[in-house]
Design a protein around this ligand. Structure first.
Ligand code: SAH
Length: 494
């Protein structure tokens, strides 16, 4: 039985523009064949165990010839595999999607096509240009500007000009001077609004607005590179009014997120939706201590404690894991009261149907120790090398406690060279730190001898900031130890 090939349009770059059907196909793929225009955020959605075949130009500098790509799709499908062929934008719009299906048809291999959002419409849209608009035009024309070496452009410019419609050229960066000259020679008004949208829908998007007359020069000055769409028509003038994406508060900002992998998503997604270019470099990971006799003992004596104190979401997860491993559930916690260091930890408790009885007003170890209601023994379940501020406060208040380490924080970053280059080579780089250990992990990845003076550390609290300050970086501290306050700090800081 042959497998199946699903041709999937990945959209123009913004991972949110992949369709639901495309995502479903990708998640079920055994083999994914992709090329240059598909961005890393979309590639990250495929199953880890899927075989990935890059047929794009950048990897080898030689594009894999089309007939060979067709052959790969066929061979994998004949092996019985579920194959996804991922293409930028829409597969059937200048994407050679049809060509790739022909061989499959000949061999009776089943296939499907999942249309994608094309850059021809989405890149202008993110540049504030609606491709049609009342009273502006009554048609849209999508044209390839691809020019074979030594050949003339095969475009009927006079016909295009007569349509008075919006013209969108793909693959036209190199041929831009010829496109411009062709339209002018065919009688188009030199004052017609025009624009180029480069790397549309991505955080690196740039829109260059001009007129037909001045577009060539403007694009050259801005050193426009592929991929870019060229838009010609009066709708281009609307960009001034509808420019929503380029005016997002973090547009053009590079932000590094250093949280552990399991927790990186929410902060990254929020920063992305504000327009930031987000670099995910998880610098720490948490590893439960297993076996953990101290935890076993404490859990046996749980009824002797009045308070169970948790200082991180990872601590909550480790506790839950212990319960699960011992065939227990939340009822095993009995009547012990729960304290959480802040809303993030409380939310993590919420995932298991629990709620903290106490959360300090300021979300740090010292305030937790100082404010925890007195009465009864306290069990703290947290990382090895947890902040001494908590236990010092409890000791000062003569509250008896057991401080039990249930997990260890380890530093990890497989891409440290890349990170170091970003830190030393990018002006205005913002690095988010959500705990002192993320600072330590980050510094150990980059190398303590690196020059941190060009970046700014955006810190969730005072202890985190103190750690960051040791390394000569500019440091800013959020008003409260929450993701909301951290995001606010970043937006205000730019
Ligand atoms: N099938 C694709 C087009 C492939 S041809 C689609 O539907 O979008 C490749 C051309 O698409 C590029 O030369 C460029 O003109 C355009 N393109 C693709 N992604 C783009 C992006 N993010 N921003 C601007 N243009 C893009």
């Amino acid at each position: 039985m042959p497998g199946k090939v699903t041709l999937v349009g990945a959209g123009p770059g913004d991972p949110g523009l992949l369709t639901r059907k495309g995502l479903e196909a990708l998640q079920n793929a055994e083999v994914v064949v992709y090329d240059r225009l598909v961005g890393p955020a979309i590639l990250a959605l495929m199953p880890e165990q899927a075989e990935q075949i890059n047929v794009g130009k950048q990897a080898s500098h030689h594009p894999i010839p089309q007939d060979q790509i067709n052959r790969i799709l066929l061979d994998k499908a004949l092996e019985g595999k579920n194959v996804v062929r991922l293409k930028g934008g829409d597969p059937f719009l200048f994407g050679r999607g049809g060509e790739e299906l022909e061989l499959l048809v000949q061999h009776g291999v089943p296939f499907e096509e999942v249309p994608g959002i094309t850059s021809a419409i989405a890149a202008p849209a993110y540049g504030g240009i609606p491709v049609t608009h009342r009273d502006c035009c009554s048609s849209l024309h999508i044209i390839t500007g691809h020019q074979r070496a030594g050949k003339e452009l095969d475009i009927d410019f006079e016909a295009l000009v007569r349509t008075r419609g919006t013209l969108v050229f793909l693959m036209g960066v190199t041929a831009l001077p010829n496109i411009r000259a062709g339209l002018l020679a065919a009688g188009m008004d030199p004052a017609t609004p025009a624009a180029v949208v480069e790397r549309g829908t991505t955080p690196a998007q740039r829109r260059i607005s001009a007129t037909l007359e001045t577009l060539g020069q403007a694009a050259e000055q801005a050193r426009v590179e592929s991929p870019a769409v060229i838009v010609v028509g009066s709708v281009c003038a609307l960009a001034e009014q509808f420019d929503w994406f380029d005016s997002l508060p973090l547009k053009g900002k590079n932000v590094v997120v250093t949280r552990p992998k399991e927790r990186i998503g929410t902060l990254s997604a929020r920063l992305r939706s504000l327009g930031a270019q987000v670099w995910e470099y998880p610098c720490i990971a948490t590893v439960p201590l297993d076996p953990c006799p101290a935890l076993d003992g404490a859990m046996e004596r749980l009824s002797q404690y009045e308070w169970l104190v948790l200082t991180s979401p990872a601590g909550v997860d480790t506790l839950w894991r212990w319960l699960k491993d011992h065939g227990k559930d939340a009822r095993a916690l009995g009547s012990v009261r729960l304290a959480a260091i802040g809303p993030g930890t409380d939310r993590e408790l919420g995932k298991y149907g629990l709620r903290a009885d106490y959360v300090p007003e300021v979300y740090d170890a010292a305030h937790l120790g100082a404010g925890l209601p007195a009465g009864g023994n306290v069990l703290i379940l947290r990382a090895e090398e947890g902040s001494p501020a908590l236990t010092e406060e409890l000791a000062r208040r003569n509250i008896a406690y057991d401080d039990v380490a249930t997990y260890r924080t380890v530093y990890e970053n497989p891409r440290s060279q890349e990170l170091r280059e970003a830190v030393e080579g990018t002006d205005g780089l913002l690095v988010t730190f959500t705990s002192a250990s993320t600072v330590k992990g980050f510094v150990s990845s980059v190398g303590a001898d690196a020059d941190f003076s060009r970046m700014a550390g955006m810190c969730i609290g005072a202890q985190t900031a103190a750690e960051a300050q040791k390394h000569g970086m500019t440091v800013k501290t959020a008003k409260a130890a929450t993701m909301d306050a951290l995001v606010e700090l970043i937006v205000e800081g730019v």
